[in-house]
Design a protein around this ligand. Structure first.
Ligand SMILES: *Cc1c(COP(=O)(O)O)cnc(C)c1O
Length: 822
């Protein structure tokens, strides 16, 4: 790796050069000719052509990293919600115009080929998308970094609706060919599972433990390019795919059962077969723990064997690497590194612990107790017996320290133990991560505060210096420059194009908020984006949207804490008031309420809510009067590609979680950067958005976190809101009456009953405040000039939410690593 042969130069950066390369790919790799090529043939040839332009940068970046031996960041994430690759690669390589022109000269349409790409949906929602934004920023900032994850054969399910209810279909994203990945079976690593541990006496006379795994799996790395934006850098995302080992097969072949041997191959390969479609509520399934251990064990092995020079002294590992744990999914990497150092490398325990502690940092992504991952001791012991021993010892030493510091406070010791005793003995992964990591961060100011004060309060008392905040961000390349070419052009015309990599420069737009001509052009862009959305929804979903209406958008995973039901109660109330003749269609602005949301397949209530939204939508849209001012659109299968057309068209961004439940949100940032105004609670990063864009340009409503906690403390009674608020009562009664289910009163009874009896996320408590805030929205929307002034200010003041800034914060506060020059 130190000496490389000279590189074949990239194809010529011109239309002619591009066309030549494209035709070569079509003929030689795709094996067809222009006249006979299908759209998919042309897409694959195009993808490979673009790849070639990035290839030499990729190899150079890899070689530079190896030569410089800098401190690198290894981002460990079980999810990467990447979105389509072609557009981003074209942008990074500065090939957009050349490709469009070159393809047109061959009678091909770039836009049509783009649409042929199936996005790799290797994540559920915000957490996976965050990982994708972060690797983009790291590449663009020339930070030596590698992303590690799992190459799921099936990503997040495809959602469709049948009778308004969610149906899940497998995501066969690899079926059409996978032009962006490079398999490296020659760098496969072996990972063990199960078996037992045994004691033995080493050459040094010291008694040691070792793991004798019961079965093994091969991890094959697949590399993906992560191109920096026009900086000559291409980083690597390395995703692991599970294969059966030959030894594994042979053993069973030798036992004589061919069919069983083939079946066991499938068993091993199951590990990377499918992404768990759960968001915020992990189910604790054995296969999931297998996935977690599989990818972190592969990644640690890979880093040590491939990226460090031969003979590297692992005592110095913390100088060369920091493993960032994206939530608890990769936390089993901590006992794995201990195992490698102690069992494989012969380190003493204390020495190994000292190294391990300095190699990890942990990001917590939740406040919901049910989202804090735990693994039963029974399962951990069966699947990873040596790791369980290591975890026990880490816990023992940690608790001894707690005992000593607290003067033997056994209540505290029990509270802080990495091993929970009830309802079953289980490993608390968030605690393990907190004990081991050099830094623990939340993902927005409020979230980090609540971690310190509530979720991890005992730990924050013990180690206040460990805790920090890094507010999330989103990449301006994908979510502004690519998703919103109209706005990007307008911004660049006004302030130049430096904002794409320095988003704070959007501030320079502020004076233009007062420029009537700029606002007019801003509105023109918004109108064009709505037009584009209308086309997409018509073609994709057969949904008709009136581009002249206010677009009121709530897109995110379906979860009760996010409160899609609160939005829906607003719709039902509007419907009720108009049909009752209390509100005239002449007095309200016409609006289209757009929902986009997938529910975890096993989350029954979330799926009921989806059905209810679709049923209410059908009735609203069919009503002759109501539908002139209110329509509901719920395109199926919300994903990154949909987000990219929907968000730039939005007028109003719905960020209405119960305060204290949304860790950060990143959808909220995408909307603000695209000039939507937010209606939102004081939750997650909404707090920072509002502080930056200003109270006048944000519709705040609802309980604050301390208020919600106080109500919960005192005993929340949702039915009292029902009893005291006639509008709310009518809305809920309407749902219960069967008005949206062909008279079937039972259809949505569980949803209404749950709101009245429990309402964990205080939808009813916030209902009136939400309606009042929507009245303020209506008044504001009636003045287009004032509205677009606020919208421009949202854009100008949201530069802070670039993931480049998040990366700078991580570099300074957590990783203590630096970009490479050039
Ligand atoms: C940004 C994004 C999310 C996260 O949205 P939140 O509103 O922050 O929950 C989820 N899914 C997709 C496809 C996204 O692009």
């Amino acid at each position: 790796m130190t000496e490389t042969t000279p590189l074949i130069t990239s194809p010529e950066h011109s239309v002619e050069g591009f066309v030549r390369e494209f035709l070569r790919e079509l003929n030689f790799t795709q094996g067809t000719v222009l006249e006979r090529a299908t759209t998919n043939d042309a897409y694959l040839a195009l993808a490979r052509t673009v790849r070639h332009y990035l290839m030499s940068r990729w190899i150079e970046t890899t070689v530079d990293h190896y030569r410089a031996q800098p401190k690198a960041v290894a981002y460990l994430s079980a999810e990467y919600l990447l979105g389509r690759q072609l557009d981003n690669a074209l942008l990074a390589a500065d090939l957009e115009e050349i490709a469009a022109e070159g393809l047109a000269s061959l009678g091909l349409d770039l836009a049509e080929l783009r649409d042929a790409e199936v996005e790799p949906g290797l994540g559920n929602g915000g957490l996976g998308r965050l990982a994708a934004c972060f690797v983009d920023s790291l590449a663009t900032m020339s930070v030596p970094a590698i992303g590690y994850g799992i190459r799921y054969e099936y990503g997040i399910f495809r959602q469709r609706f049948a009778g308004g209810r969610q149906v899940e279909e497998p995501d066969t994203w690899l079926a059409g060919g996978a032009p962006w990945e490079f398999a490296h079976p020659e760098h496969a690593v072996t990972v063990g599972f199960g078996g037992h541990t045994e004691k033995y006496t080493g050459d040094d006379g010291v008694e040691r433990s070792r793991w004798v795994p019961g079965w093994q799996v091969l991890g094959v790395p697949y590399n993906y390019m992560v191109p920096g934006y026009r900086n000559g850098r291409v980083n690597t995302l390395r995703l692991w795919s599970a294969r059966a080992t030959h030894a594994f097969d042979l053993q069973i072949f030798n036992e004589g059962d061919y069919v069983d041997a083939v079946r066991s191959r499938t068993f091993a390969e199951n590990i990377s077969k499918v992404l768990y479609p759960e968001d915020s509520t992990p189910q604790g399934k054995e296969l999931r723990l297998q996935q977690q251990y599989f990818f972190v064990a592969c990644s640690i092995r890979d880093f040590v064997d491939q990226l460090l020079p031969a003979g590297f002294d692992l005592r110095r590992l913390p100088e060369r690497i920091v493993f960032q744990l994206n939530d608890t999914h990769p936390v089993v990497a901590i006992p794995e590194l201990m195992r490698v150092l102690v069992d494989d490398e012969g380190f003493g325990w204390d020495e190994a612990w000292d190294v391990t502690r300095r190699c990890f940092a942990y990001t917590c992504h939740t406040l919901l107790p049910e989202a804090l991952e735990v693994w039963s001791v029974e399962l951990m012991g069966r699947l990873l017996p040596r790791h369980l021993e290591i975890i026990y010892r880490i816990n023992e030493e940690f608790l001894a320290q707690v005992r000593e510091r607290s003067g033997g406070d056994e209540l505290l010791v029990r509270r802080m133990s990495i091993i929970a005793e009830h309802p079953q003995r289980a490993v608390r992964m968030a605690f393990l991560a907190t004990v081991a990591a050099t830094r623990v961060n939340g993902v927005a100011e409020l979230h980090s505060q609540l971690l310190r004060d509530k979720v991890l309060a005992d730990f924050a008392q013990l180690w206040p210096e460990k805790f920090t905040n890094v507010t999330n961000g989103v990449t301006p390349r994908r979510f502004v420059r690519l998703a919103n070419p109209g706005l990007s052009g307008l911004i660049t015309e006004a302030i130049g194009d430096g904002w794409v990599t320095d988003l704070d420069r959007l501030r320079e737009l502020e004076p233009l908020a007062d420029d009537a001509e700029f606002r007019r052009r801003f509105r023109e862009v918004k109108a064009a984006n709505k037009g584009r959305l209308v086309d997409v929804l018509r073609r994709r979903d057969g949904i008709e949207v009136d581009p002249g209406t206010m677009l009121d958008v709530m897109v995110k995973r379906l979860h009760e804490y996010k409160r899609q039901l609160l939005k829906l109660l607003h719709v039902v109330t509007l419907y009720d008031r108009i049909t009752a003749g209390e509100v005239s269609v002449d007095d309200v602005p016409a609006r289209t309420v757009v929902f986009g949301a997938k529910a975890a397949p096993g989350y029954v209530m979330a799926k009921e809510i989806i059905a209810l939204i679709n049923h209410v939508g059908a009735v609203v849209n069919a009503h002759p009067d109501v539908s002139t001012v209110l329509r509901v659109a719920f395109p199926a299968n919300y994903d990154v590609t949909v987000a990219e057309t929907l968000i730039p068209a939005a007028d109003l961004s719905e960020q209405i979680s119960l305060a204290g439940k949304e860790a950060s949100g990143t959808g909220n940032m995408k909307f603000a950067l695209n000039g939507a105004l937010t209606i939102g609670t004081d939750d997650g990063a909404n707090v920072e958005i509002r502080r930056l864009v200003g109270d006048d340009n944000f519709f705040l409503f609802g309980l604050t976190e301390p208020e919600a906690s106080a109500i919960a403390e005192a005993g929340y009674r949702p039915s009292s809101y029902y009893e005291e608020n006639p509008g709310l009562r009518r809305a809920l009664d309407l749902v219960a009456s069967g008005a949206f289910s062909d008279g079937d009163r039972g259809a949505f009874e569980p949803v209404v009953a749950n709101l009245l009896a429990e309402d964990r996320f205080m939808v009813l408590a916030d209902y009136q405040a939400y309606l009042d805030a929507q009245a303020r929205v209506e008044a504001a929307y009636a003045d287009p000039d004032a509205w677009s002034r606020s919208a421009v200010l949202n854009v100008a003041r949201s530069g802070f939410f670039s993931s480049d800034r998040s990366m700078r914060d991580y570099l300074d506060r957590v990783w203590h690593a630096r970009p490479l020059p050039g």
